[in-house]
Each structure stands twice: as C-alpha cells, then as structure tokens.
Design a protein around this ligand. Structure first.
Ligand code: GUN
Length: 302
C-alpha cells in the first residue's frame, strides 16, 4: 500500500513560514497585495479564487478581485491589466484561467508586467524558467517539486513521465524536472500507447483533467504518483451529489505505488501556498529586498 504525500500538511507548514516572513516584511513595507482578474463565472474558478483570497488574508497579505463578465473583450481586460501594471499598490497580478472563449490566454497573459506575474506565465518568465534563471515558478509545478523534495523522493536520474502538456502544469513541470536532472517524457492526447510509457515511470504525473484516466495497470510497482487532476463527478452518496476525484484511479494506484498524492489534499493546497510565496516574492522584488534563498525555490532547484 502506498504512502500518502500529505500536501495539506506540507502546505500548512510552508504557509506558516510564509506568514512569518510576511509579518517581518510588513515591519518595513506595506502588506503585499495580489489582484486577481476573474472573467466569467466558471464555478470551479470561483472556488479556487475564494480559496486563494482566504489564504492571502490568513497570511497577512492584501487581496483584490476584479470580476469581469463572461462577455468581456480583450481590450477591456488589457485596459485593466495596463492599469494594474502601473498601480504602485499592486505587487502581483493573477489572471484566473480559463478565460471565456474566444479570448486567447497566451496573448492576454503576456500583457502582464513580468515582475508582477506571480503565475510565471508571461513569455519572459517562462523563458527565464527554461534558461535556468527563474523569477516566478508556476505555482502547481512549484508545489509538486516542493513535495518531491520534502518527501526525499529522488528526482536525479529518475524517469519522470508527465501526462498533459498544458502551459499551466505540464510544460513548466517538464522544464523543472529536466533542470533537476530527471529524464522526462511529456505525453499528451496524441501519444501512442500511453500505458507502455507510463509503466516506465519512476515518477508519474497526471495533469489532464480526465477522471481516472490513469489506472493501476498503467504504473509500475513502487512508482511515485502525483495526481494534479481536480474533477467533480456525480456521486449520489456525496453531500451535494458530487465529489472530487483526480486523474488517477486512487484505490488501484495506491495498491501499486510507493508514494501517491490524494485528491483532495494533495497538489491543490500546495498550489495555493505557492501563490502566497510568489506574491510575497513579487513584493520583495519591487522593494529591492529579496531574500538570498528560500526553502520553496531551493526545492525547485533554483
Ligand atoms: N486555473 C487553474 N489553475 C490555475 C493557475 O495555476 N493559475 C491561474 N491563473 N489560473 C488557473
């Protein structure tokens, strides 16, 4: 039976540290401030935003939300971003994804001032990640690297198989794992014979948003399994008729893996902790008082 990677506990420890760092920082500077730009009313996004706002508040940071309609056009979002880029009271800006169609997230994200881009999604910040000089590491991949480090799961020389090539998780995570000396295979919807590849993984990461795509027979005995999926599925026995499941068939995987992240309570809380970490870092950057090193960035090998 697999050991559980307790993301909730790890995230709480990291949040406690960040909260202390924030209190120290606030002795000399204004409270770090993150503004979230939200477009439309995607229910999952609304939940994520509320979770981030609560965490920011609890850590002693300021938060604001700009709520735009489902019909918002690119020019309107661009105008908000331009204003936030100039606003001296705003340290970080986060454009909640997905954006309503037909808006193109890549074009819009690239309007952010890279020094306020706490998600690390601008071309400049993604480029810096690839060249080994990261500024903001995207929050979910950062949380995953942190968890691997905290649980002493060897990455150097390991075969890491990442299923899902999103700009939010798969691509930046592949870059971080490569920088940490793993051999990385990045799989996607056109990958042939996925199971033959996932079975080779020492570290298997599922980030596709497809309930139970990864079954027990798709992993080797003793693998580390990181489940990034957060899917709401119907369950008449659950309190609201729905429950959260990941991209991995948890029961079957737990019988084969050595380590596994649960859903909920695995990667999700770590992502939120990294939003805090990156917001504090954005504020420190703007005020020229960045710490030489911090635990989170060390874990990601930077
Ligand atoms: N939507 C789902 N995950 C994320 C994330 O990490 N950042 C942003 N901005 N939107 C998301």
């Amino acid at each position: 039976m697999a050991n559980i990677i307790d993301g909730k506990r790890l995230a709480q420890q990291l949040t406690d540290t960040i909260t202390k760092e924030t209190a120290n920082y606030c002795k000399r500077y204004p409270r770090p401030c993150l503004t979230i730009v939200s477009s439309g009313a995607d229910p999952a996004s609304q939940i994520y935003i509320r979770t981030k706002l609560r965490a920011l508040e609890a850590a002693g940071m300021q938060s604001r939300v700009i709520q735009l309609s489902e019909q918002v056009c690119e020019a309107e979002i661009a105008a908000h971003i331009a204003r936030l880029n100039r606003d001296d009271d705003v340290d970080g800006i986060l454009v909640q994804l997905p954006l309503p169609s037909p808006l193109e997230s890549t074009r819009i994200l690239d309007l952010l001032d890279p020094k306020k881009d706490v998600d690390g999604f601008t071309a400049e910040n993604l480029g810096r990640l690839l060249t080994g000089a990261p500024r903001f590491i995207p929050c979910t991949p950062h949380g995953i690297m942190y968890a691997l480090h905290a649980y002493h799961i060897p990455v150097r020389g390991a075969h890491a198989v990442v299923v899902g090539r999103s700009a939010i998780v798969g691509k930046p995570l592949a870059a971080l794992l490569t920088a940490a000396d793993a051999t990385v295979t990045l799989c996607h919807s056109n990958t042939r014979n996925l199971a033959a590849i996932t079975r080779q993984a020492d570290i298997l990461i599922a980030a596709v948003g497809c309930p139970a795509l990864i079954t027990g027979d798709m992993m080797k005995e003793g693998a580390t399994v990181i489940d990034v999926g957060i899917n709401r599925v119907a369950d008449p026995a659950a309190p609201h008729g729905k429950r959260l499941v990941g991209d991995v068939d948890f029961e079957a995987a737990a019988a084969r893996a050595a380590w596994i992240t649960p859903v909920p309570g695995g990667v999700g809380p770590l992502t939120v902790a990294m939003v805090l970490r990156n917001t504090l870092y954005a504020a420190q950057l703007r005020h020229g008082c960045t710490p030489a090193k911090n635990t989170a960035s060390e874990a990601a090998g930077c």
